[in-house]
Ligand binder design. Structure first.
Ligand SMILES: Nc1ncnc2c1ncn2[C@@H]1O[C@H](COP(=O)(O)OP(=O)(O)OP(=O)(O)O)[C@@H](O)[C@H]1O
Ligand SMILES: [Zn+2]
Length: 687
């Protein structure tokens, strides 16, 4: 017997190995094989009697763990094809390796009102000490082990199911009172329920606070009564605690979690549980779209327009929406794309009837906020915003300040007018106060005492504002208030920060991207968007769409409770269509204008783009001859354009523009990619 094994090497077809007679090997099995002078783990994708390879075949050495289901193998093969990488590489990057889950924190597994354990199971003195400590709030295993007999006691309590590992990092709790759906919500749930099992795709389109999340959860609950499972995806880890807590309330039991930052043991636990059919519902970020839940009935992408749904850092490049739709086709799952500001591509499909449109036109809580523009001026927090902050704080409201850059100063200029740049990536360096140093946001390099490469000067004029500076200004203006900052640099404390905002202990929350989305904090009455124009300065065909999404999303955080909401947008270009329509909360007005622009330049949805990135020596020249080649084959090619180097490696890109079939045509034209070339279909960003 021959096994074809997909190995984690780029762009290679599966390799043939011999199955030793004493080893049982099935499709989907993880196997260890010799490869060159090394050993590698791969996955069996096919069994055959005749080898396709004429040389001597080497035997499989070992197998490990449960087999991957066929549906997951095929799904990942389809994703690998679309992003021009080998099946083995895609499997290695998308399927977590088996790993033991180690509890770092524990909690009591019994609810307080549960029946006491039987006499025979009463804890020993050391177990009693551990239980008392957990009940008193010590949840870290490291601390509990320090108690006399603690190590063994923690282990036996975990095995007995009296303690359980805490599913970090979620401490957010949602108190449940039953909600009666509004008629529009009820209709949406009904439509989605009917689509489960038929692979239908819907756009659930409603402004912030229109009750979309409630619809996702009720649909998942409907699916559960039909015996199907659900996947609920959010664009950011920071949104998972709330989604998790609300899902636990509506579904009656907590969902599992899956996202890149989870410790390996936890990731494997969720994946393996899904494979075994033990998971009914999971919440996660884009990578959770691959979780092999059997009987998948529903996949939800909340805030589907968010670019973070696209994996663009590492092959296989994929968009969680595409993965969801592949699963709709193959597994019959209904897909719900929820958004207040959908991507233009998705709205276009809904408008043409290619996917179902489920509108939720009204806010279910509070009234729409009052939105005002204020000139940007020289202050990070201008006088109009400062006045409003004072007013809201005095009344006990919470304030959210949104700024799209992190760091303190976002640029440094020399007297000779040179801008301080990363020596390897050429992008402007950002000053971070926390490190008292400059940092490159592309490669992470830290520069402590820079001097001008042009004239040697060591003093610079610092300009621009990021989250750190906004935090600093907020503290200066309101010394009595508790100010917290949530951005990629404080993400480790995310759970603590969000919980204290939820408890009302933080008066002013300053944040980048991640605070602008679906957070639902009823205490926030004022939202200030510090520099709306900054969003537009990105030279990209999605700049307008991003601007609309970020303003509308951040504005949607205001006034979700009893207090009426107010939004102040600092901008010097309030008449620019993306800003004007975001201020009015009018997505369709934005969409109409945006479509004119996209059509005039033939950008998506009027075409499909594929980005080809050449890296390494002679990148531009290689891209140039590839461009000639592809043009010769009838492709419309834009470029080559030189990109900023990344970590000192030169880069250049081509864009290929075509119709729906352009990815397939290109795959035919480029059957063997050279190692210096990467292919990213439907790119989010072109720069
Ligand atoms: N039918 C309803 N009756 C009363 N309250 C509701 C109803 N539906 C939802 N809510 C509540 O209204 C608030 C907003 O709803 P939800 O979070 O579902 O809206 P959303 O559209 O998902 O918002 P966003 O897009 O801003 O995240 C929540 O606190 C939710 O519990
Ligand atoms: Zn750099």
């Amino acid at each position: 017997m021959i096994a074809r094994v997909a190995l984690p090497v780029p762009r290679a077809a599966p390799f043939d190995y011999e199955v030793p007679p004493d080893l049982a090997v099935a499709i989907g099995d993880r196997v260890r094989v010799p490869f060159g002078t090394r050993h590698m783990w791969g996955i069996v994708v096919e069994l055959a009697h005749e080898p396709a390879f004429s040389g001597r075949l080497l035997p499989i050495e070992a197998t490990s763990g449960p087999a991957l289901p066929g549906s997951a193998l095929e799904l990942i093969a389809a994703v690998a094809r679309q992003s021009f990488v080998g099946h083995g590489l895609a499997l290695a990057r998308l399927v977590p390796p088996p790993s033991r889950s180690r509890a770092r924190e524990v909690e009591l597994a019994l609810s307080p009102d549960a029946a006491p354990p039987p006499m025979a199971a009463l804890p020993s003195p050391s177990q009693a000490r551990v239980l008392a400590a957990v009940a008193a709030g010590t949840t870290e295993v490291r601390e509990l082990r320090k108690l006399p007999g603690g190590s063994r006691a923690v282990g036996s309590l975990l095995r007995a199911g009296i303690l359980r590992p805490r599913r970090l990092p979620f401490s957010y709790r949602e108190e449940g009172n039953a909600i009666t759906l509004h008629p529009r919500q009820g209709e949406a749930v009904e439509a989605i329920r009917a689509g489960i099992g038929h692979g239908r795709v819907y756009l659930l389109f409603g402004p912030p606070g229109s009750g979309k999340t409630e619809v996702y959860l009720r649909s998942a609950a409907e699916g559960r009564t039909k015996g199907t499972t659900s996947l609920l995806l959010a664009p950011e880890v920071s949104l998972l605690p709330q989604l998790w807590a609300r899902a636990a309330r509506v579904l009656g039991s907590p969902p599992e979690t899956y996202f890149g930052e989870l410790p390996p043991g936890e990731r494997w636990r969720t994946w393996d549980g899904a494979q075994r059919g033990e998971v009914r519902c999971a919440v996660g970020t884009r990578s959770a779209a691959f979780l092999p839940l059997p009987n998948l009935g529903l996949i939800v992408l909340d805030e589907e327009g968010e670019p973070s749904y696209k994996q663009e850092e590492m092959a296989p490049y994929y968009h969680a929406r595409t993965v969801a739709e592949l699963r709709a086709e193959r597994e019959g799952a209904a897909v719900v794309l929820g958004a207040a500001a959908p991507s233009v591509e998705t709205y276009f499909r809904a408008e043409r009837g290619e996917i179902g449109l489920l509108p939720l036109p009204d806010r279910v809580v509070g009234a729409p906020p009052a939105v005002r523009v204020a000139p940007r001026g020289d202050d990070v927090i201008g006088p109009i915003l400062a006045e409003a902050m004072g007013r809201h704080l005095a009344r006990g409201g919470q304030v959210l300040l949104f700024i799209n850059r992190r760091g303190f100063y976002t640029g440094a200029a020399c007297r000779c007018r040179a801008i301080l740049r990363c020596p390897q990536c050429q992008i402007p360096l950002v000053f971070h106060l926390s490190e008292r140093a400059f940092r490159c946001h592309a490669c992470g390099r830290v520069v402590r005492d820079p001097s001008c490469p042009n004239c040697g000067e060591t003093r610079f004029h610092l300009f621009g504002a990021g989250t750190e500076r906004a935090e600093h200004e907020a503290k200066r203006l309101f010394p009595q208030a508790t100010v917290a900052r949530l951005d990629a640099d404080t993400a480790r404390d995310r759970d603590r920060i969000l919980s204290s905002v939820a408890r009302g202990e933080v008066q002013i929350l300053v944040g980048a991207q991640m605070v602008g989305k679906g957070l639902d904090f009823p205490g926030i009455s004022l939202v200030g968007i510090l520099n709306a124009d900054q969003l537009l300065s990105v030279p990209d065909f999605r700049a307008g769409e991003r601007t609309y999404q970020l303003i509308a999303g951040a504005a949607g955080r205001a006034g979700r409770g009893e207090r009426p909401g107010e939004v102040i947008v600092q901008s010097d270009q309030p008449d620019y269509y993306a800003i004007r329509s975001a201020l009015a909360g009018d997505y369709t007005a934005f969409y109409m204008e945006e479509m004119k622009y996209r059509e005039s330049l033939r950008y998506p949805p009027f075409s499909r783009l594929v980005r080809l990135i050449a890296t390494g020596r002679e990148a531009e020249a290689k891209a140039g001859s590839l461009a000639e080649d592809l043009s010769g084959h009838g492709f419309e090619v834009l470029g080559p354009a030189r990109l900023f180097p990344r970590r000192g490696v030169p880069r250049a890109q081509l864009l290929v523009r075509g119709r729906r079939d352009v990815v397939d045509l290109l795959a035919h034209a480029l059957p063997h990619l050279p190692p210096w070339l990467r292919v990213d279909p439907d790119p989010m960003w072109l720069g």
